[in-house]
Write a protein that binds this ligand. Structure first.
Ligand SMILES: [Zn+2]
Length: 379
């Protein structure tokens, strides 16, 4: 099983230069190979010549600086290009492989571990091929055998590494708990045991700061334009651009952290989680919802939950939303008709039970899940 760990890297100026140089070489090789593949394809159409697949090695003579960086990074560029082609062939709508641009705010390269060429040293440094160990902020130790490392630089200028490890599946102890989960807007999720998972509120705070910083940025862009200067040359604009990028990264980091914690709690405490499968696409189209959807990041939450369940021997089972989970009384099954979104509580006219809208819905999801399982077992 593969597991990725992400850390902040703090390179010195020499190392920073090496990283940036490697990003450049990876882009260069990727684009050269892409160009050669396109040309080779054209020739094959015109003259029936066989299509040749280029390798990074052939460019080293013409561009000797390619020899100065990690050759595995270049080899991985080749793999990435192959993958981009495969995806294009499988699903042409995904688009033809794109050129790598220097202007892309996210730059990266991937290298592989060969007998300890990538390792954590003294709990403070990361050993990487072709360079002295780089300072790493190790908030927790990666578990398992290191397979590869992807070094990246975000728009804020900060460097990160994602370390991919191969680790054994660690089964979590069984708790015997089976729950239903309703995803919502007032809360991120509500469980059939009445637990409510809150929307990450701290994101809203940072979002206000971000909106303010973005207004300032566009103001500075206007000022630069009035003075007839290029944005690239306007120092005030560039300073503010970094502020905005850092806030973006902070939000992404906070959200990710929160979703990790909540999904880990769930797989720790429950064996089977039934969740209503949502049509997220149609929800995003609903403009008023789009913003909170963005903040809540259900899809990211569900994907974390699903892969963790697989790691730890638990189950996440999607239940299709074909039934009116919020209209049916979870106690007696009476269907009480459509309820407006603002109605958070209601009592069943048939059996008199007082319902919390979301808890009732998650109880219905749980019941539907159990019916589905019994049905499958009896077949
Ligand atoms: Zn009832």
């Amino acid at each position: 099983m593969l597991k990725a760990y992400r850390y902040r890297l703090v390179p010195n100026s020499e190392q920073e230069e090496f990283f940036i140089k490697t990003f450049g070489c990876v882009r260069k090789v990727y684009n050269l190979m892409l160009n050669d593949r396109i040309e080779s394809f054209k020739r094959s159409q015109e003259s029936g010549e066989k299509i040749k697949l280029p390798t990074p090695a052939r460019y080293k003579k013409e561009f000797p600086f390619l020899k100065e960086v990690d050759s595995l990074a270049l080899a991985n560029a080749q793999l990435h290009l192959n993958k981009a082609y495969q995806q294009f062939f499988k699903r042409p709508a995904a688009g033809f492989p794109k050129w790598k641009s220097r202007k892309n705010p996210l730059q990266s390269y991937t290298t592989n571990n060969q007998n300890g060429t990538i390792a954590i040293v003294d709990g403070r440094y990361l050993k990487l091929p072709k360079m002295k160990p780089v300072r790493i902020k190790l908030h927790r130790h990666p578990r398992g055998m290191i397979k590869s490392a992807t070094i990246s630089q975000a728009a804020s200028g900060k460097f990160y590494v994602s370390i991919l490890c191969e680790t054994d599946v660690q089964q979590k102890p069984k708790t015997g708990s089976i729950i239903g989960m309703d995803l919502g807007l007032t809360h991120m999720a509500v469980l059939s045991d009445s637990t409510k998972i809150l929307n990450p509120k701290h994101l809203a705070k940072t979002a206000v700061k971000l909106a303010k910083a973005q207004r300032k940025l566009s103001h500075r862009a206007q000022v630069a334009k009035k003075q007839g200067r290029l944005l690239a040359e306007s120092r005030n604009y560039q300073k503010q651009r970094i502020v905005v990028a850092k806030l973006h990264e902070k939000i992404a980091h906070q959200r990710n952290d929160y979703l990790h914690k909540r999904s880990t709690d769930l797989v720790n405490n429950h064996d089977v989680i039934f969740v209503e499968s949502l049509n997220i696409q149609s929800m995003v189209r609903h403009r008023r919802w789009a913003r909170s959807l963005h903040d809540v990041s259900w899809s990211s939450f569900l994907s974390k939950l699903t892969y963790k369940a697989t790691w730890y021997g638990k189950q996440v089972i999607p239940i299709r939303r074909w039934f009116a989970s919020s209209q049916i009384c979870s106690v007696c099954g009476h269907q009480d008709g459509k309820k407006e979104l603002h109605i958070r509580e209601w009592s069943c006219p048939s059996c008199g039970v007082q319902h919390d809208r979301d808890v009732n819905a998650s109880l219905n999801i749980r019941a539907a899940g159990l019916r589905l399982i019994n049905l499958t077992n009896s077949l």
